[in-house]
Unconditional design. Structure first.
Length: 432
């Protein structure tokens, strides 16, 4: 009752303040700053409220006398604020994706202009050749195709739509595969353009011979492997998620850092080495194409094998990551001065284990979705704020109360994470 009365009072105060204007996180059409400013204001308001609760500020008098009631009230208030932050974050992500297709188109045509400038500068003294014309025409064709694709996928990130995974993050395997696909497609277009403009029979035979497998065996092998890995990784991740061996939490929007980090935005060795070595291979192949525009880039087998080893390392890393959350033990939580005793209804229990917080699930709106199933009763894990974060829940320890609806006797405890993955069942004995 105290919690409900305090919440009603807080809601009444919020309604009264709302009559004076838009809230700090408003993203409606009347606000001039847009979704990004609305999200930032919502985050700032949440952080201020969380840190205030952490030092005991803002608690209503109706719940201040009870530790359990105040904890429940604080958790509910933070959950509601976190849901507002998540809503503003999703709105910002959608607005960002809607603008991304224009930005990608600008970047693509900027690269075409840079290619024209480089060709013009290198043609000084050497003269303009048909190979330069073919390279420029091929670049225009590729840029036009990417621009058209950006427009058709303008609500999903434009040209980046194929490399955005199901979790709304940039996929490293797809990005690397797309890089090699674009290089090979550009190289073939250069040869086609030169072949169309060639008038000499010998030149035409040379260009046709440049498409033979012996000339581009290395680059073709690398292309086949990286494309296969992009498809295989999607299958592996999907099966591991469905088998509850990998936890995936959807991101608000894709970021460039996704190519080099894991879902928790920590640097990933497997991703970094794959991107770095593949970039080196792409640069070498591009230089070889510029030097020998009459054939496919002849990637040396030493460099090709290096890229293949890097791809294998990346694939092995995908198989090794993740793991199912597990409960190791459940004990009665004891505060200073409490007597030792068995677990009773109303007591707090401390669940110790690993993997309770999935990568990327450290935000409050995700933490608030965690549930502990005690017998047949689902208990929401309360958010316990501290300055700069939360002391409960954590990846290794959860603290929840045993509700009065739990029947005395042996009952099973199970944690359901924010990603929907269930842990093993751990039995405890609850006394009256």
């Amino acid at each position: 009752m105290a919690v409900q009365e305090a919440r009603q009072g807080a809601a009444g105060g919020a309604r009264a303040s709302a009559h004076g204007g838009h809230g700090g996180g408003c993203t409606c059409g009347d606000c001039p700053h847009g979704a990004r400013a609305g999200h930032r204001r919502a985050v700032a308001a949440f952080v201020l409220k969380r840190d205030g609760f952490a030092v005991g500020e803002g608690l209503p008098a109706g719940v201040a006398h009870s530790a359990s009631a105040s904890r429940q009230w604080v958790s509910e208030e933070l959950t509601q604020s976190a849901e507002l932050v998540a809503e503003r974050g999703r709105a910002e992500g959608e607005a960002w994706l809607a603008l991304l297709w224009r930005r990608t188109a600008v970047v693509v045509w900027t690269l075409v202009v840079l290619l024209l400038l480089v060709q013009a500068l290198t043609a000084i003294g050497a003269g303009w050749t048909s190979a330069r014309t073919a390279g420029l025409v091929s670049a225009v064709l590729v840029a036009g195709a990417l621009t058209a694709a950006s427009w058709f996928h303008r609500t999903r990130g434009g040209a980046l739509a194929p490399v955005i995974g199901e979790d709304n993050r940039l996929s490293t395997s797809r990005a690397v595969a797309v890089g090699w696909v674009l290089l090979v497609a550009y190289a073939v277009l250069v040869l086609v353009a030169r072949l169309a403009a060639a008038s000499d029979h010998t030149e035409r035979e040379t260009l046709v011979a440049g498409l033979e497998l012996a000339r581009g065996a290395g680059v073709v092998t690398v292309l086949a492997v990286v494309c296969g890995i992009a498809v295989l990784v999607r299958r592996v991740v999907g099966l591991r998620v469905l088998g509850q061996r990998l936890q995936k939490v959807r991101a608000d929007r894709p970021r460039a850092a996704d190519l080099l980090t894991d879902d928790a935005r920590r640097g990933s060795f497997a991703d970094i080495q794959y991107v770095v070595i593949s970039t080196v291979g792409l640069l070498f192949a591009a230089v070889r194409l510029a030097r020998r525009p009459d054939q496919l880039p002849d990637l040396p087998w030493g460099l090709a094998v290096l890229v293949l080893v890097s791809a294998g390392t990346y694939l092995a890393g995908k198989y090794a990551e993740g793991g199912r959350p597990v409960i190791l033990s459940v004990v009665r939580a004891r505060e200073a001065g409490d007597l030792d005793g068995p677990i009773r209804t109303g007591d707090d229990v401390e669940i110790r284990g690993a993997g309770f917080v999935p990568p990327g699930g450290q935000h409050a709106d995700r933490l608030s979705r965690m549930v502990v199933r005690i017998g047949t009763v689902n208990v929401r894990v309360p958010l316990v704020p501290v300055t700069g974060g939360f002391s409960n829940p954590t990846d290794a320890v959860l603290t929840v109360p045993v509700p009065a609806d739990v029947e005395p006797g042996r009952v099973a405890v199970q944690v359901v994470t924010a990603a929907g993955v269930e842990t093993n069942r751990y039995e405890i004995h609850v006394t009256e």
